[in-house]
Design a protein around this ligand. Structure first.
Ligand code: FMN
Length: 171
């Protein structure tokens, strides 16, 4: 493990985000899901990563139980493997064991394992969480993301995680 400063690799992480990076949790078991929405920055004078998680995700149950998560991003110039993107981005930890698809290594400062294949790791503890209030969103966004039958009630909760450890898994 090579320790890094929480914001050192901000450009790499933010650029990888739209293609998908991983949000890992460990409640009843290890689980990970693809995210394309997120914010890396500073709040209350602390380095922080904010994730946006729909109500229906198994990840939400785990986050609410433990208050811990980590972010795993691929090496520079790489993106998530196609199969990982499919499984971690469409199947639920309720139904599959996603630990079987990757090589885990123990977390350093939290109880969430990190992923060898996606070495850039940010370990976070939730400082604050907030449910979206749909009536405060512009109508266009509300209709697009929350207006379809399948999305009704499936709004996002924002979790602001303080980055308590950051490293690159080597070798
Ligand atoms: C490219 C991509 C980006 C995604 N971004 C998010 C996101 O930011 N927030 C979210 O709640 N779901 C997002 N999803 C959907 C979840 O990854 C997907 O529903 C996953 O199966 C949830 O897993 P879980 O039930 O084990 O938590 C995304 C999916 C893909 C393919």
């Amino acid at each position: 493990m090579i320790s890094i400063h929480a914001l050192d690799n901000a450009e790499q992480i933010v650029q990888a985000l739209p293609q998908g990076i991983l949000l890992n949790t460990n409640g009843d078991k290890f689980n990970s899901m693809v995210i394309a929405w997120g914010s890396l920055g500073t709040i209350w004078g602390l380095p922080a990563f904010t994730v946006y998680v729909r109500q229906s995700r198994y990840t939400k149950l785990q986050l609410d139980k433990t208050g811990e998560f980590s972010i795993s991003a691929p090496d520079i110039g790489n993106s998530l493997d196609k199969n990982i993107c499919r499984v971690f981005g469409s199947l639920s930890g309720r139904d599959v064991s996603k630990a079987d698809y990757v090589t885990l290594t123990p977390g350093r400062s939290i109880h969430v394992p990190a992923i060898r294949e996606y070495p850039l790791t940010l370990e976070c503890r939730v400082l604050y969480q907030q449910d979206q209030e749909l009536e405060k969103l512009p109508r266009e966004i509300r209709d697009r993301f929350y207006g379809h039958d399948a999305d009704l009630g499936d709004f996002h909760t924002a979790y602001i995680g303080q980055i308590v450890d950051a490293y690159r898994i080597d070798g």
